[in-house]
Design a protein around this ligand. Structure first.
Ligand code: CTP
Ligand code: MG
Length: 184
């Protein structure tokens, strides 16, 4: 009885992570790829603030999405080869998650600049959940039936708990190895 419950909780936590891997990898992948021309081409809005800022670049966007999709394809082939009892990704779900994570990040930066916060400044809730909102929004648009099949309320809750922990951990590692300017 208790073993079954522990197993259920573990499966929920692992499935939540498995679902989000393409989004997490895309978000982290943008950091080493980042640099060069910024997505807003350096332009400012009427109040003189940048639309997005130098932290959002085309290279980061494209490179992040590419590695996110690549990891997703690896997940698809692993799950098939070993017949794992985990949510089965498709090309559509990995692409939606990877692209959605970084689109959510762009939208976040747009509002962050409007709120008067500079690049890299802390903006707690938004900085952590931008990728969840963006990736799940695109997933819902392009793979609604998949969301219905695999994302239960418990999995959704696990995603909400997992993401800030991983986000924080990854940012600290990025900072320590010198590819991120701030540890958040
Ligand atoms: N990055 C990028 N292009 C993106 C997203 C991220 O080049 N589309 C790179 C940038 O070098 C950025 C780093 O990844 O500095 C970390 O990303 P993030 O924390 O999202 O950006 P911040 O610099 O904190 O900028 P913001 O305040 O706009 O979130
Ligand atoms: Mg940031």
């Amino acid at each position: 009885m208790i073993e079954e419950m522990i197993f259920e909780v573990l499966m929920t936590v692992v499935s939540a992570f498995w679902i989000m891997v393409p989004a997490y990898v895309a978000n982290a992948g943008a950091v080493p790829f980042g640099g060069g021309i910024s997505v807003d081409f350096g332009k400012c809005s009427k109040n003189g603030r940048r639309y997005l800022g130098n932290g959002k670049t085309w290279r980061g966007l494209a490179g992040g999405i590419a590695v996110g999709v690549l990891f997703g394809l690896l997940q698809i082939s692993l799950a098939e080869t070993f017949d794992w009892d985990l949510p089965r990704h498709t090309l559509i779900t990995v692409a939606a998650l990877a692209a959605g994570a970084l689109l959510g990040d762009l939208v976040k930066s747009f509002f962050k600049r409007r709120a008067g916060k500079d690049r890299g400044e802390k903006w707690p809730i938004a900085d952590m959940y931008d990728l969840v909102a963006g990736s799940l929004a695109l997933l819902a648009v392009f793979a609604w039936s998949w969301v219905f099949e695999y994302i239960s309320v418990w999995i959704f809750i696990a995603i909400l708990i997992w993401t800030p922990l991983l986000h924080r951990g990854a940012n600290i590692i990025g900072y320590l190895i010198g590819i991120k300017q701030v540890p958040w």
